[in-house]
Design a protein around this ligand. Sequence first.
Ligand SMILES: [Zn+2]
Length: 415
Amino acid sequence: MAYLTRKNSIALIFVGAAFVASCSDAQDMTQATSSEFAATAPSSSPALAVLTPVTAAILAHPIPVTATDGKVHLAYELFLTNTLAQPVNLRGIVPMADGAPLQSPITENLLPWVKVFGATEPITILGPGQSALAWLDVTVPSPADIPEVMEHRISLQVTSPDPPLLPADLTETVARTAVSTKSAITIDPPLKGENWLDGNGCCSVTAHRGAVSPLNGQLFAPERFAIDYVQLTSDGKMFNGDRTSVNSYPYYGTDVYAVAAGKIVSIVNDLPEPTPGANPTGLTVEQYGGNHVVQDLGDGRFAFYAHLQTGSVPFKIGDNLTAGQSLGKLGNSGNTDAPHLHFHIMDGPDPLASNGLPFEIRSFDLTNQIANMDNLADVTDTGGAAQFATGVATGPRSNQMPLTLDVMTYDVAAG
Ligand SMILES: [Zn+2]
């Protein structure tokens, strides 16, 4: 499925590129959202004012999470604005802690994925007055290495220097921010069985991470850690035969399970399931998730289970689910071009106007990893067989977050 690429997000539930494209006026975006950004951490000592032509703010304080590569990830976004009336060339954005680069090897030219609003391709030049998002995935070896405070060293070149105020080459240290002391929630898996493939999961810039949408006057990144689950057959295929029939997908209709105990706060159960193979058109914003359940897990965390089969949720709002309880069936409703379960954890009950939170799965087996995105596209679009990466440390895992392209076996705890 092309939806698993950066350029084309046709099967994510909320088409981020389209939403961002709809807000083409970067200045309006800045005004509407800047007051909503998380507060920056106070500096420990007073400092002289420094000219920083490119301003930067985080969308949300990063929350550490341990992933299947054994590393602790800090996945977050920076909102950049070029305040000059001339283009600037971004040369590097380096996350720092205690005055040193957080990741190594580090070069001054390290640049994360940066995209101007309305664009579909990454950029290195910010136009006059232009704003952009930068997607970061900082990793540290262990929880002991998580910094309390981070900042970002941005190196840039201006096209029309005016020394000494504005030299041609500038390095600025900006976006000082506290790392959240909140932990990733530990959950049971939402599915059961072998060969569940993590599509669009953290922390690459997939369709999910790219889905930052302007809603209610501010930016939200609800899908920062979201996973699109599909199940591979024993011969590594996602579907057999006619791509446009749900019956060609052996996992269609499998049970979806509550990942923890909690009350249902939202249900949609009556939307139709369009023909697989292409995304439906004409959906309202509310219909993007299709048939779905939102469950309050407590402590400001909500689970979102989307694209379920029509009429498959045998509950009502207010019902309490236990961990591991079946809540509905995997389907093909909403903005989807093939049966899959979209799952994420968020900080509010609205699947769109919320902020994505990390999660760790209590126990599972990492059995494989898809070799690359091209092979994934072959599996999802043409029915090809999966090719697996070599050298992946497979085996039992506990309290880790899956990464995109992981293939896992899940066994749900008794509910
Ligand atoms: Zn999705």
